[in-house]
Design a protein around this ligand. Structure first.
Ligand SMILES: [Zn+2]
Length: 103
């Protein structure tokens, strides 16, 4: 039986999530569930960092902060890509891609 405290990883996005997936998105994490377009160690490190952030910040606060920071960055004149890359959770997850993660 899978441990409840470990992330669940699935390749491919579920049908109900597909309408919300923007072009170029390689992975989405919802709580402890990770959806990726391919098995890739760097991508999984990134998404696992999000799982840890969600556990640390709490589900609601994580997504709330994520969206607020995105729109704040857009208001400051950043492109969509830059606004996304400059979300604090994204910067931390990108750093984790290189560093590796202890789980
Ligand atoms: Zn991310």
């Amino acid at each position: 039986m899978p441990r409840a405290d470990l992330p669940r990883i699935r390749v491919g996005f579920p049908w109900w999530l597909r309408p919300f997936v923007m072009r170029g998105v390689d992975g989405i994490t919802i709580g402890r569930r990770i959806y990726v377009v391919r098995h890739d160690e760097i991508l999984l490190r990134h998404e696992i960092a999000h799982v840890q952030q969600i556990a640390r910040a709490g589900f609601i606060r994580f997504y709330w902060t994520y969206v607020i920071e995105y729109f704040r960055n857009r208001r400051r004149g950043m492109s969509r890509h830059d606004a996304y890359r400059n979300i604090s959770f994204e910067r931390e997850a990108v750093a984790a891609e290189k560093r590796g993660i202890d789980i």
